[in-house]
Design a protein around this ligand. Structure first.
Ligand SMILES: [Zn+2]
Length: 476
């Protein structure tokens, strides 16, 4: 079976052990909070779903998958927990052999209906107000941190200040989503987004037939390229999806009473919209009341806070705010944000540092970290030299360079990231010209032109010898 976030790797598990993990991950018979049996055979269930499709007139939304079937769930194990010994993982996380409960909906009868509804939910998510925490991509990290710094400089003038940074994640964020809250949030944003965009109220959205990512408010004005879905129908689809997320375990059908399935087409959007609703109504106003300069961001279930303070009293205020954010009242039980202790933080693929008044991020290269610690490169990003054509190798290295530029301040941090990448390229066994040629492709890029200060760093990184690179790594 596969391993989480590790394409190209396989896990071989003893069948008896697998059974134990499977039962623990999908306790459909004993966990009455999350699951309840459907007293129908898969065949009866399929027949009923097909009938309902016609009754609900969802053929106006999308076609039915006639030969569909119920999702058969499977556990997807985390590489970290496979590599480390159970006792080590247990000591730090309180559990071991962690895995994600996946219910692939790829064959669900309503797959296309859900996907079309998903286009509208995606549209809502990407138009969420920018001042609340939600972010849709890690590329905004660098500009947001820079903005936080500007705010702090404005607020404190020539006074000295410090940063407090925290990260956290909303644990089991899919499993614990309450259906009523999901629906309340979807309904809320359907009304609020047009208003926030300064548009007239609308009771419908239209989704492009050929490109799921194109969605507009109101009716189709093109004469046939769009499918129009009213908010009432959208709500009906979401409600049905929440309340009928079916899974087939040992030939029997169950549905979720709580939570949205990992592997469902709408689940990630539900999570984003539900968290954003809570943030818009409660968490962001509380953050604003703190009246301290800084930034709070959330990418799906990962949260980051960077707040500036100039005295002990303000630091205590921040600590109290963060403590509240991590309480059962903030994201609302059963959801809870697990907050890491204050300090430099890992957020998405970046590491965020602070020192006195400085606050910056850089790409966190775990592959090189493993390599330098003489661990096998578990978290391989670059595929094998022999199976990858040179042009592809250059493209892959260049794409990491782009990520570095998106996330990292163009100073010594960027140089370190580039040197880390040079080591990573070396560790993958790529020829040394690959790094050079990738750097040159960035240099010649007309769409994403290197700034003067970046050029200098690129030159330095290409000139840096491997010995110096390794020395640089071992002496921080
Ligand atoms: Zn274990």
């Amino acid at each position: 079976m596969g391993i989480d976030k590790c394409p190209g790797r396989l896990l071989i598990v003893c069948p008896a052990l697998f059974q134990r993990f499977y039962d623990a991950t999908f306790p459909v018979e004993v966990d009455h909070v999350h699951f309840t049996p459907i007293n129908k055979t898969p065949l009866e269930y399929a027949k009923e779903l097909k009938q309902q499709y016609h009754q609900k007139r969802w053929y106006k939304v999308a076609t039915l998958m006639e030969d569909g079937s119920a999702p058969s769930p499977y556990p997807l194990f985390k590489l970290k927990d496979i590599l480390a010994s159970c006792s080590t993982v247990f000591a730090s996380k309180g559990k071991c052999c962690r895995n994600r409960p996946i219910s692939p909906n790829t064959k669900h009868w309503y797959k296309r209906v859900y996907k079309r509804a998903g286009s509208i939910l995606r549209y809502l998510c990407s138009n969420l107000p920018s001042k609340i925490f939600n972010i849709m991509s890690s590329t905004v990290l660098k500009p947001r941190l820079e903005k936080a710094k500007r705010l702090a400089n404005e607020a404190y003038g020539d006074q000295q200040y410090n940063w407090a940074t925290y990260t956290g994640d909303i644990s089991n964020c899919y499993d614990e989503l309450v259906h009523d809250r999901i629906l309340e949030a979807v309904q809320f944003w359907c009304k609020a987004i047009p208003a926030l965009l300064g548009r007239r109220r609308t009771d419908r959205f239209s989704v492009n037939k050929y490109n799921r990512k194109i969605c507009v408010m109101g009716n189709d004005n093109t004469g046939g390229d769009y499918i129009t879905i009213t908010i009432a129908t959208l709500m009906e689809i979401c409600k049905f999806d929440c309340e009928n997320s079916v899974l087939q375990v040992r030939g029997k059908l169950y549905r979720r009473k709580l939570g949205a399935p990992m592997g469902g087409y709408l689940s990630a959007f539900y999570a984003m919209l539900t968290f954003a609703y809570r943030e818009f109504t409660t968490l962001y106003p509380t953050f604003e009341k703190l009246a301290l300069p800084g930034w709070m961001g959330r990418y799906l279930d990962d949260v980051i806070a960077a707040i500036a303070y100039k005295d002990q009293k303000q630091l205590v205020q921040i600590q109290e705010f963060i403590q509240w954010l991590g309480s059962h009242g903030a994201y609302e039980e059963p959801l809870v944000l697990n907050v890491e202790p204050e300090g430099d933080q890992e957020f998405l693929e970046a590491k965020v540092y602070h020192e006195n008044m400085e606050l910056w991020a850089r790409l966190h290269n775990k592959v090189t970290k493993d390599f330098m610690a003489r661990l096998p490169p578990y978290r391989r990003r670059l595929p094998d030299r022999d199976s990858t054509p040179k042009a592809e190798q250059i493209k892959l290295v260049a794409s990491t360079m782009t990520r570095i530029r998106q996330l990292t301040k163009p100073d010594v941090s960027m140089l370190q990231c580039l040197i880390d990448l040079k080591l990573e390229t070396e560790a993958a066994g790529y020829a040394s010209q690959i790094f050079l040629r990738a750097a040159r492709s960035q240099w010649l890029s007309t769409s994403n032109v290197l700034k003067e200060e970046e050029k200098e760093l690129f030159v330095l990184s290409t000139q840096c010898s491997l010995d110096v690179a390794i020395g640089n790594y071992t002496t921080p």
